[in-house]
Design a protein around this ligand. Structure first.
Ligand code: DX5
Ligand code: ZN
Length: 219
């Protein structure tokens, strides 16, 4: 397994001070997680390409764009072209995930596939060679601050076993309710990238909170 990735979710930051939120974790984290929501795929609305473009100019931290949107075929490549390090779209929203993954890689980003709370992983195992990252939701997508659902780690275990058996280089990212008391279980299940919103931006010192999460994941 690759080195641990800690990815603070800007969803829990002050949206009027995103550049400051990025600066607050610089040097302590690996990716900056950017939740794009369209009020169709999920009942919440956040930000889109103009904000990602500004974030790209404001920070050197690699941007991890999590698209909780319908019609990712129309929008996802645009985020890659803006310089996102990784672009993750939802399996539930895409009829042909492998083709979109190829387009993302051709546009210069990593390709990520996300599975929401109620989506079984088994249907997607054969698609994983086309992806750099699998994002397993550990809550129902849409809002920060929800409680971690440990039963969803079964999907992480299944995917990690599948990746090992097939010698796939696959990042497995968990998103939702990741905190000091839940991150070790996710790491043990085989996750190696950890999104945390509330646990990082809800803390008085976000960089220190990120370092403590990393220590727990690596323990
Ligand atoms: C929710 C988002 C998450 C969210 C996690 O759908 O995908 O990235 O920010 O927030 P916490 O870490 O507070 O559960
Ligand atoms: Zn997310």
């Amino acid at each position: 397994q690759a080195d641990t990735v800690i990815a603070p979710s800007l969803l829990a930051a002050d949206f009027a001070r995103l550049a400051e939120a990025a600066a607050a974790v610089e040097g302590a984290v690996d990716w900056l997680h950017v939740d794009v929501m369209d009020n169709h795929f999920v009942p919440n609305l956040t930000l889109g390409p103009p904000v990602v473009k500004s974030l790209k100019a404001a920070t050197d931290i690699p941007l991890d764009c999590h698209l909780m949107i319908e019609d990712p075929e129309r929008w996802a490549v645009g985020y890659a072209e803006l310089g996102a390090h990784n672009v993750t779209f939802h399996a539930e929203a895409c009829a042909d995930p492998v083709t979109l993954a190829k387009r993302l890689r051709a546009a210069g980003s990593k390709a990520g596939l996300a599975v929401d709370r109620d989506t079984p992983i088994e249907d997607y195992l054969d698609l994983l060679p086309a992806f750099d990252t699998l994002l397993v939701m550990t809550i129902k997508a849409g809002f920060g601050g929800q409680s971690f659902m440990p039963e969803l780690l079964a999907k992480v275990r299944t995917a990690r076993t599948h990746a090992r058996t097939g010698h796939l280089e696959l990042r497995i990212e968990v998103d939702g309710g990741i905190a000091e008391d839940t991150i070790a279980a996710a790491a043990e299940a085989g996750a190696d990238a950890f999104v945390a919103g509330t646990a990082i931006y809800g803390a008085a010192d976000p960089a220190d909170a990120a370092r403590r999460l990393r220590a727990r994941a690596d323990a």
